[in-house]
Design a protein around this ligand. Structure first.
Ligand SMILES: *Cc1c(COP(=O)(O)O)cnc(C)c1O
Length: 422
C-alpha cells in the first residue's frame, strides 16, 4: 500500500484518517505523506520518497530520528521493564537530572503529554492560591483541555474554529484572555479581577500561532504582576523547553516562573510530559497535599529512559545549541534574502531552533492579530512546493518549524535552493 491508499483507508477507521488534526493537511490541498521511517534529519514515506524533516514530530526529535543513544536506552530498559505502575529507579534518575540541570524546578511530577502537564499545573495553581481565574493569551496553545480552548493557537487556529463545540460555558468562564506582548491588556484584567486570579499561563516563546518570541519586558512584566497579586506564573515550555536553550526560554531571558510545564523533547519521542516548580507549591500535590492528580502510565520506565538519554545528551553538548543557532540564522537570513529578491512580503521569526516564515506585509509579527493577518493562501502554495521538492515543513502558517542537531549546512542550502524555485 502506498501513502495515498493508506491515508484513504485510514479515513474509514479514524476521523479524518488521523489521531491529531494537524496531520490531515486539511488547509493545504495535498494529502499527507504516510511516514514509514526516519534517520537523523531525514524521513521516508510509504512510497519511498525522501524528505528533509523540519517538523521533527512537532519538536521532540531534536537529536534526529533514531538517535543511537536514545534507541539503546529504550532497548536496554525493555529487557526488563515495560510498565509496573510502581516506583522505579528510572523516575528518580530523570527527576533528579531535571531538578539539578534546570533553574526553577525544585520538584517535578511526570505525566503523559503536554496537555496533561498544563491542565495539572493550572489545577495545582488554583489549589495552591484557592482562586479560580486564569489568564491565557490569544493565539497561545496549551493542549486540548477545555479551559484553554479560548482563542487558542495551533490546530484550533488552523481549522478556524472559534473555540470548540463540546466545551461547556462553565469550563471557560474562569478563563480570561489577554493579548500577547501587551502588558496593558494584562494589567487591565488584574485591576478588575486581581484577587481572583490564580495564575497566568503563557508560552514564553510562542510557537502555536507560528513562532513569536515573548518580549523580555513583557515576560518580566508578567513576573512582576504575578508577584504583586500573589498569582502563580506558569511558563508553558512544552515546546520551547530544551529547544530555544537547554534551560528553555526562562534560561534565555533569565526570568523565573513559579511552575514550568514540559513535554515534547523531554520524552525523547515517547509520550511524556511533566510539571515542576517551587517546592512549597509542588508539595500541595497528592499524596503529600490535597490537590489530586494521578496517572496509570505516568513515569513509565521506557519513557523515563528515553527522556533521560535525550536530556543528558543535550545538556552535555552545549555545542549542539551553537550549531542550531548558527544554521538557524543562516536559514533565516537566506529566506529573507530570497523573498526580497522575489518581492514576496515575508517576515521570518526565529528563536534558536524554532522558526516560522510569515507571509505578511506588516514587517513584524508580534501577536495573534499580526499572525492572523498573514496570507495563508500563499503559505499553502509555498508549503506544497516545498513538500513536493522533499522539504517537509509544518502544513500551516500557524505552526513552528524545527531545526535539529542533525541538520547540516548543506541541508539548509538545499532548503534555500528549493525556496528559490518557488
Ligand atoms: C504541544 C503543546 C502542548 C500540548 O502538548 P501535547 O503533548 O500535544 O498534549 C501544550 N503546550 C504547548 C506550548 C505545546 O506546544
Amino acid at each position: 500500500m502506498g501513502s495515498l491508499e493508506i491515508f484513504e483507508e485510514s479515513k474509514k477507521y479514524m476521523p479524518g484518517g488521523v489521531n491529531s488534526p494537524v496531520r490531515a493537511f486539511r488547509n493545504v490541498s495535498v494529502n499527507p505523506p504516510v511516514i514509514k521511517k526516519g534517520l537523523g534529519s531525514h524521513i521516508w514515506d510509504e512510497d519511498g520518497k525522501e524528505y528533509i524533516d523540519f517538523v521533527a514530530s512537532w519538536g521532540p526529535m531534536i537529536l534526529g530520528h533514531n538517535d543511537p543513544d536514545v534507541v539503546k536506552a529504550i532497548k536496554d530498559t525493555l529487557e526488563n521493564a515495560i510498565s509496573f505502575g510502581a516506583p522505579t529507579k528510572g523516575e528518580l534518575i530523570l527527576a533528579k537530572y531535571m531538578v539539578n540541570t534546570l533553574d526553577n524546578v525544585d520538584m517535578i511530577r511526570m505525566v503523559n503529554s503536554g496537555t496533561e502537564a498544563t491542565m495539572s499545573a493550572v489545577k495545582l495553581a488554583r489549589g495552591y492560591t484557592k482562586r479560580d481565574k486564569i489568564i491565557k493569551f490569544a493565539g497561545c496553545y496549551h493542549g486540548h483541555f477545555d479551559g484553554f480552548l479560548v482563542e487558542a493557537g495551533s490546530g484550533v487556529l488552523t481549522e478556524r474554529i472559534p473555540g470548540s463545540p463540546g466545551v461547556p460555558e462553565g469550563s471557560i468562564q474562569n478563563t480570561l484572555v489577554a493579548q500577547y506582548n501587551d502588558m496593558e491588556s494584562v494589567k487591565a484584567l488584574f485591576e478588575k479581577y486581581g484577587e481572583d486570579i490564580a495564575a497566568i499561563i503563557v508560552e514564553p516563546v510562542a510557537g502555536n500561532m507560528g513562532v513569536i518570541p515573548g518580549e523580555k519586558e513583557f515576560l518580566q512584566g508578567l513576573r512582576d504582576i504575578c508577584t504583586k497579586y500573589g498569582a502563580i506564573l506558569i511558563f508553558d515550555e512544552v515546546m520551547s523547553g530544551f529547544r530555544v536553550a537547554y534551560k528553555g526560554a526562562q534560561g534565555l531571558y533569565g526570568i523565573a516562573p513559579d511552575i514550568t510545564t514540559y513535554a515534547k523533547i523531554m520524552g525523547g519521542g515517547l509520550p511524556c510530559g511533566a510539571y515542576g516548580g517551587k517546592r512549597e507549591i509542588m508539595e500541595k500535590l497528592s499524596p503529600m497535599g490535597p490537590v489530586y492528580q494521578a496517572g496509570t502510565m505516568s513515569g513509565n520506565p521506557v519513557v523515563m529512559a528515553a527522556g533521560y538519554a535525550t536530556l543528558k545528551k543535550l545538556h552535555e553538548n552545549p555545542a549542539y545549541y551553537e550549531h542550531m543557532e548558527d544554521i538557524g540564522r543562516k536559514l533565516q537570513e537566506g529566506m529573507k534574502e530570497i523573498a526580497k529578491e522575489k518581492g514576496i512580503p515575508l517576515t521570518v521569526n526565529r528563536c534558536g531552533a524554532m522558526f516560522t516564515p510569515f507571509f505578511t506585509e506588516k514587517g513584524k509579527v508580534r501577536n495573534y492579530e499580526d499572525a492572523k493577518a498573514c496570507d495563508t493562501k500563499l503559505f499553502g502554495k509555498f508549503f506544497e512546493h516545498m513538500l513536493s521538492e522533499g522539504i517537509y515543513i509544518a502544513p500551516s502558517q500557524f505552526e513552528a518549524m524545527f531545526i535539529g542537531v542533525k541538520h547540516t549546512e548543506l541541508e539548509i542550502e538545499k532548503f534555500l535552493e528549493v525556496m528559490k524555485k518557488f
